[in-house]
Design a protein around this ligand. Structure first.
Ligand code: F6P
Length: 545
């Protein structure tokens, strides 16, 4: 009973939205645009260098007002202020959530447990800058005196997805004399393929792990150490070829990395919110300290926008609310993220951790089971590739899939007509999704009657279009922060802890239990279910190593 009373789904704002949904669910975008010739110019937000067109949605002014009311009633402003102030809003881990402090200017003051964390942030940034300059200039030498040419980031989850996404996104700003690799999977193939053509004497490993105890990362880090020592057979080489990024100095020392070569961050930085902390060391090595700081400035601009802009003009708030609209009222299960920019090819993968590890929760902050759907599934591929793969289902399938189209006015590699063709596809796709093609139109083209249903597009498929000028480090920072805060907005409304990740624990514990059962020489006494027992027995029987 108590759960029901407290549930946001029982609130006036939510029930008003539900009643409104029943009225507007049948509206057609075709009609909405016909009724208001300026809809496409009105339902846009142009802020901090991002133009968001949200006109191609099944929403009216009233929908937006009701969604904004929901945000207000849920105390979103209070939640935002609490996060920025360093309150321990990650309640299950009793931690502050202060990725915004990582991009705050040096003059800012943000107190956590009586300390201004901005001072520490900038001290680490300076240490990173100094190190990166030395590696990039060739001053930092490997053990045999050769300069570093290869950088291998070893990490997983937030200690990999952010670095690899940012490296790919900012490749055009990177030092092409340096070769970057990213190893994450405990599958030995990942390490083997990443290092097979590298000269150990020219290779630097960046071991990135917040905890420095993650099984995958530590296994890969030990393999990296063995690999290096095959060339040097002298432990002293480690200091020239390994640096660590972590919050755990004790484990870093245990591994054998001098803490002088450790770049610190803090427990108030969540793994999936860490790409602009020292976890971004590989990014800074690639693009240099100035570009890295420009990226931080982009993040900060979006932070300030999120903190200060009124909700109706607030990009992350609006995007978050639209996600709620489809997720909770239309019962859409997924969101497709479709960057029309090849350099953003890893952006959807990055967003999967950001969005789904954050909002894939089934209980509220009070521990009550939610009676509404939380985080949608995020997925996507860069355009135009997706068009020749899964767009068919988005256009004509039976599932409603809101899409985010992300595009840039300026090409980083202008080549003949390529960019106009790319952009034409962005605009065409959002147009086709929204307006489709009626049976009458298809018939009027002379299509045979039997074929008409197959060639008809219902339309009314919603999308955001995010248009930016150019993919710069600052633009990347803004985009990432936009999604971070949109996720925050959703989490605040669903009343969940968007900053813990207990759901990844059980599998880790069970794997640790199974490892000795796979490795033991004698037949183990298996006490799992019959399926798991049989799989383990079969593996043991057939394995050759
Ligand atoms: O998968 C769980 C998780 O804790 C993520 O949240 C995190 O990004 C990842 O593991 C890696 O953790 P660490 O940086 O401590 O190695």
């Amino acid at each position: 009973m108590e759960t029901k009373l407290k549930s946001v789904a029982n609130s006036t704002a939510w029930t008003n939205l539900q009643a409104h949904y029943e009225k507007v669910k049948g509206l057609q975008m075709r009609d909405l645009f016909a009724q208001d010739g300026e809809r496409g110019e009105k339902m846009v937000l142009d802020a901090v260098g991002i133009y968001l067109d949200y006109s191609k949605h099944v929403v009216t002014d009233e929908t937006l007002n009701l969604l904004l009311q929901l945000a207000k009633d849920c105390g979103l402003k209070k939640h935002i202020d609490a996060m920025f102030a360093g309150e321990k809003i990650n309640i299950t881990e009793k931690r502050a959530v202060l990725h915004t402090a990582l991009r705050a200017p040096q003059t800012a003051s943000i107190m956590v447990d009586g300390e201004n964390v901005v001072t520490a942030v900038h001290a680490v940034l300076d240490k990173m800058s100094d190190f990166c300059e030395r590696v990039r200039s060739g001053e930092w030498k490997g053990f045999s005196g050769k300069r570093i040419r290869n950088i291998v980031n070893v990490g997983i989850g937030g200690s990999d997805l952010g670095p690899v996404m940012a490296y790919e996104a900012l490749r055009s700003y990177s030092d092409r004399n340096l070769n970057f690799r990213f190893v994450s999977n405990v599958d030995g193939t990942d390490f083997a393929e990443a290092t097979r053509d590298l000269d150990a004497a020219e290779t630097l490993f960046v071991i990135s792990s917040k905890t420095f105890i993650t099984l995958e990362t530590m296994t890969n880090a030990h393999s990296a150490r063995d690999w290096l020592l095959k060339t040097f057979s002298d432990e002293k080489a480690i200091a020239r070829h390994f640096v660590a990024v972590s919050t755990n100095a004790e484990e870093v020392t245990k591994f054998g990395i001098d803490t002088a070569n450790m770049f610190e961050f803090w427990d108030w930085v969540g793994g999936r919110y860490s790409m602009e902390s020292a976890i971004g060391l590989s990014t800074m090595l690639a693009v240099g300290p100035d570009n890295f700081r420009e990226m931080l400035n982009g993040f900060h601009e979006m932070d300030e926008h999120f903190r200060q802009a009124p909700f109706e003009k607030n990009l992350p708030v609006l995007m978050g609310l639209l996600t709620i609209w489809y997720n909770n009222f239309f019962q859409a299960q997924t969101v497709a993220v479709l960057p029309y920019e090849q350099y953003l090819k890893r952006f959807p993968a990055y967003l999967q951790q950001l969005t789904m590890e954050s909002n894939g929760k089934h209980v509220t902050l009070d521990g009550a089971v939610v009676d509404y759907s939380t985080g949608p599934i995020f997925w996507g591929e860069p355009g135009t590739n997706g068009q020749h793969s899964f767009y068919q289902l988005i256009h004509q399938g039976t599932k409603l899939i809101p899409c985010d189209f992300i595009a840039f006015v300026e090409a980083l590699n202008p080549l003949g007509r390529h960019h106009d063709l790319l952009m034409a596809n962005v605009f065409a796709q959002t147009e086709a999704l929204a307006f489709g093609k009626t049976a009458e139109q298809v018939k009027a083209e002379g299509t045979a009657d039997w074929l008409v249903p197959h060639r008809t597009f219902e339309g009314n498929r919603p999308s955001n279009t995010l248009l930016l000028e150019k993919l710069t480090p600052s633009a990347l920072g803004k985009l990432v922060a936009l999604y971070e805060h949109s996720v925050f907005t959703q989490g605040a409304i669903w009343n969940i802890d968007s900053f813990d990740q207990w759901g990844v624990e059980l599998g880790k514990v069970l794997a640790q239990r199974i490892v000795p059962e796979l490795e033991s020489k004698s037949e183990p006494d298996l006490k799992h279910d019959s399926s798991t027992n049989a799989l383990i027995r079969r593996y043991r029987k057939l394995k050759t190593h």
